[in-house]
Design a protein around this ligand. Structure first.
Ligand code: ZN
Length: 136
């Protein structure tokens, strides 16, 4: 697998508006995109830090994955996303290595990325996302 950098860190929050204020007013970052991902029942807000993004995740439905995460663990780091080259091959490699993959095939995530998740039970407790930006 060719992993190039940390694409983003996903952080589960109760309120996008409230948490955006921290990233803008305290850390001095600028929210450049707010996007709803209906598929994952979340609203996301993005900040660029170097070549890595912070992705804030607010749930849009009580039964969504982020709602369940907040219930169980409260606000905090939800996942880490690694940028890879050739996401299909990367996913197949992980699968062959015995990693439990949540997605069998890449799907469309926020910001037009192709994404796939690896199960935290196989990744030492960290929900791990592989992603590839094929628009570049
Ligand atoms: Zn993500």
């Amino acid at each position: 697998m060719e992993t190039t950098h940390i694409e983003h860190i996903g952080i589960a929050v109760k309120s996008l508006e409230e948490s955006i204020r921290f990233y803008e007013d305290v850390l001095g970052l600028k929210c450049y995109n707010i996007e709803e991902v209906a598929d994952q029942k979340v609203r996301t807000a993005f900040f660029m830090v170097g070549q890595t993004k912070i992705e804030l995740l607010e749930s849009t439905a009580g039964d969504g994955p982020v709602a369940r995460f907040l219930e169980k663990r409260g606000e905090g780091i939800h996942h880490i996303a690694f940028a890879v080259k050739g996401i299909e091959d990367a996913l197949e490699h992980a699968h062959k290595m015995g990693v439990h993959t949540i997605d069998k095939q890449p799907r469309k995530g926020a910001e037009g990325l192709d994404i796939a998740f690896l199960h935290p039970k196989s990744t030492f407790g960290v929900l791990t996302e592989l992603c590839e930006d094929r628009s570049k």
